[in-house]
Design a protein around this ligand. Structure first.
Ligand SMILES: Cc1cc2nc3c(=O)[nH]c(=O)nc-3n(C[C@H](O)[C@H](O)[C@H](O)COP(=O)(O)OP(=O)(O)OC[C@H]3O[C@@H](n4cnc5c(N)ncnc54)[C@H](O)[C@@H]3O)c2cc1C
Length: 460
């Protein structure tokens, strides 16, 4: 008999929820995690006078949310965050900042709603934007350069939200369902890592879960499963170690599945699963976090690049013009986060630390204008979610093709059954959740879903 009832591959939100639920349900569980820590795309780091998040930052919605509920049940003071912003221009002047502010607010309002037709978010927002200008600022409609420049800004803002590469690829209708309550609740100085401590019972000096063994720094390289129903699933790791169990829950990201599924599974995945892996888009969103002696800014910032200033940037610095906002982490009082996405983020990941640091300070100085001197940061942290071989991206999004395949995420999340219809290889992770993809609560729900498939098969 195998030493474990279930092996869970990956200890992000999906894996930690699945492993914790099964272990609490009395199952013997082995979790294999490639990194040296739990959390996956949640990564809390010490920075400034507190903590910052290099991955997920907010609890998006509160009801019904396992993430929010666990924080509240453990008396953790999560706080809602104000995302108000000030507008700055790349020429350091205040020209038209009220107008730009108004148009950015218009953008935020419109993106809260879905289109009533099957179109890209680029088509949807461009249509709405031009209508808004016609009704409120008709004179601007003929200023083609301004309209074009603002549309470019909205493209980047959409990509910063969806982690997409270009707004023409993103569907303006999706099955994502926002949870009730505040959409930007933060773990504050506790850090999002606390969610994992609670799931794995290490919070407040907890002793872990007796039914759960965890092996970190363990990269799973192959999962061999008995389609005919005889024997166990065999999981092999990079060092050659092998573990067996009747079933395995695979929670690696869609990016990892895209890169590795042909080598990872034996026998190979069925065609419909491969189609789902190929069809669903994996996006990229990165953060550059600076810490300073003390905060010299007051609120979040939106950066409006003028056409002229974009043009003047040397070729090697063009990436700077695609950084259009900053937020203030609530886990510390003296840190600032700049955001970048898509191809730009991929490029920034390849640049040397010193170059990024120098250039983002240059960027901030440019926007603050001559009256403010931006101090040198005391440190910089940045995410590299694409270069990371265990994520290969940030989170998934709904592209135009997927609208013709409404059950594609269910297909990604459906288990591989043996000849006796017993689930042997189960799949969880944010990309498998139709209504909560791209979030921690969605990932956690998917882990719970698969744990319940094993604990209460008749109810799933
Ligand atoms: C920059 C950024 C900002 C975000 N902001 C938010 C936000 O504010 N709010 C929100 O709700 N969500 C946010 N998200 C999304 C959220 O972080 C993810 O949806 C969620 O964390 C995904 O969890 P998961 O368990 O599906 O996958 P992961 O967290 O990727 O977990 C998978 C685990 O599998 C491990 N693994 C991979 N390959 C192997 C292997 N071969 N062997 C063993 N282990 C392996 C990985 O190391 C990882 O730990 C953000 C993400 C990013 C990157």
């Amino acid at each position: 008999m195998a030493a474990y009832d279930t092996i869970v591959v990956g200890l992000g939100a999906a894996g930690a929820t699945a492993a914790g639920t099964l272990a609490r349900g009395g199952r013997r569980v082995l979790a294999l995690e490639a990194a040296a820590r739990a959390g996956g795309r949640v990564r809390t780091e010490r920075c400034g006078d507190g903590v910052v998040e290099l991955g997920a930052e907010w609890i998006h919605g509160q009801h019904p949310s396992r993430v929010y509920d666990l924080a509240v049940q453990n008396n953790i003071s999560v706080i809602t965050q104000d995302l108000d912003f000030d507008v700055f221009r790349s020429d350091g002047t205040k020209k038209d900042v009220e107008l730009i502010n108004e148009l950015i607010l218009f953008y935020y309002n419109v993106t809260e709603h879905q289109s009533d037709r099957n179109e890209s978010i680029a088509e949807y927002l461009t249509r709405k934007f031009k209508k808004y200008l016609a009704e409120n600022h008709a004179d601007l409609l003929s200023d083609e350069e301004f309209v074009e420049n603002f549309l470019e800004l909205m493209n980047i803002m959409v990509n910063n939200l969806m982690a997409s590469y270009d707004w023409n690829e993103v569907s303006a209708i999706s099955d994502y369902v926002p949870l009730d309550g505040n959409q930007y609740t933060s773990w504050h100085r506790h850090g999002y890592k606390t969610f994992f401590e609670i799931l794995l019972n290490t919070y407040n000096n907890g002793l872990g879960l007796p039914m759960l063994d965890i092996k970190f720094n363990t990269d799973v390289t192959s999962i061999s499963w008995p389609r005919d129903g005889t024997g166990d699933v065999v999981v092999t790791c990079r060092g050659g170690e092998q573990y067996t169990a009747p079933n395995v829950i695979v929670t690696v990201s869609l990016g990892v599945l895209k890169e590795r599924h042909t080598k990872l599974f034996s026998p190979p995945l069925p065609e419909d699963k491969i189609e789902a892996i190929n069809m669903i888009s994996m996006g990229l969103l990165d953060k550059i976090v600076l810490s300073f002696d003390k905060a010299w800014w007051s609120r979040n910032m939106a950066f409006y690049w003028t056409v002229e200033d974009k043009r003047k940037l040397p070729e090697e610095d063009k990436w700077m013009a695609k950084i259009v906002d900053s937020t203030t982490p609530s886990g510390s009082s003296n840190t600032l986060t700049l955001w970048t996405c898509g191809e730009n983020a991929k490029l920034v990941e390849t640049l040397p630390e010193e170059v990024v640091k120098t250039k983002v300070v240059e960027l901030l100085q440019r926007f603050m204008g001559a009256n403010v001197t931006v101090p040198q940061p005391t440190s910089m942290l940045r995410s590299t979610w694409y270069s990371n071989p265990f994520t290969r991206g940030s989170y998934s999004y709904d592209n135009l093709q997927m609208i013709q395949h409404p059950h594609i995420r269910e297909t990604l999340g459906s288990p591989l059954l043996d000849a006796a219809c017993t689930p042997r290889v189960l799949f969880a992770g944010e990309a498998t959740e139709r209504t909560g993809y791209g979030t921690v609560h969605g990932a956690s729900n998917s882990g719970y879903r698969e744990a319940m498939r094993l604990l209460q098969p008749s109810k799933v």
